[in-house]
Design a protein around this ligand. Structure first.
Ligand code: SF4
Length: 279
């Protein structure tokens, strides 16, 4: 950690800024969620397909996706006031950021937010790629009826994950964390998305992810790549794949294959949600 100024610092390759927010919980149009809570703007995991950059209002983070993270310094204080006033509901923790990204180990905003939300009987739905969520297993297990945790698992192959999610924890670490949570009685789900032609749409990957969901009792969400304009620019590394993902034939093939697996393994399967507006 290196302090750059009173309002920024370096954490490894990341530039970290600090900001103050007026609200912590925002209304969301996402299914099954009443509120979204994003303690950080930007995400150090820097997935190359990430749509969240489109919904991140802090331009420092959205422009240099994966290189800049903004810590919402006062979010816990703001949340403390809001939980007293707002109607109870389901809070999505990490809808346009990963609440358990690298800087969470320093600032612990996700953990402090969870404590406040649980104290006021809100239900929290966490989506992450990070085994750091296990740090909070004590409160998650204690409040298991008020929480569910979803792991995004796009592939179980390291070499593919490194290409599309260059700074995210490896698939095996996510898989182990998912199993630990499930073993501790926390309701879990797997988010298999985005499914990208030629990267993670093969039969072996689908089967392994379905098996993992079955083994952990997790609901399986699947989400074929949603093609956004930035994916069609000539210098976007997955442009060819993005073009293919628009084909109806490909989408129908993916949908049919997953539905078959869900029947075979007796899984509850749901199509992923459109990420607009994420917060
Ligand atoms: S972990 Fe999620 S929020 Fe972070 S870069 Fe990847 S897709 Fe985006």
């Amino acid at each position: 950690m290196t302090l750059l100024s009173s309002s920024s610092m370096k954490v490894g390759r990341l530039t970290v800024y600090f900001s103050n927010v007026k609200t912590a919980l925002s209304k969301t149009g996402l299914p099954d969620l009443d509120y979204a809570l994003n303690p950080y703007a930007g995400c150090s995991f820097g997935c190359i397909y990430c749509y969240a950059r489109l919904y991140t209002s802090d331009r420092r983070a959205s422009k240099k996706w994966g290189e800049v993270v903004v810590v919402k310094s006062n979010i816990v204080k703001v949340l403390e006031r809001e939980v007293e006033k707002l109607p109870r509901g389901v809070v999505g923790l990490g809808t346009i950021t990963d609440g358990y990204q690298t800087v969470e180990s320093i600032f612990k905003l996700a953990r402090k937010s969870l404590e406040l939300l649980f104290n006021r009987e809100f239900h929290v739905s966490i989506q992450t790629k990070s085994p750091m969520v296990l740090r909070d297993l004590d409160i998650l297990a204690a409040k298991r009826e008020n929480v569910d945790v979803g792991f995004t698992i796009t592939t179980l192959k390291d070499e593919i994950a490194k290409l599309i999610e260059p700074h995210a924890p490896p698939p095996l670490a996510r898989l182990r964390a998912l199993k630990s949570l499930s073993k501790a009685g926390v309701r879990t789900w797997v988010f298999y998305g985005p499914i990208i032609p030629g990267f993670n749409d093969d039969a072996e990957t689908m089967k392994n992810i379905a098996l993992l969901s079955a083994e952990t009792g997790a609901t399986l969400y699947y989400d074929p790549l949603r093609v956004k304009p930035f994916m069609l620019s000539t210098d976007y590394p997955l442009r060819k794949e993005a073009l293919k993902a628009r084909s109806r034939w490909w989408l129908a093939r993916i949908e049919a294959a997953i539905k078959r697996l869900c029947v075979d393994y007796g899984l509850e399967c749901r199509r992923g949600f459109e990420a607009t507006p994420l917060t």
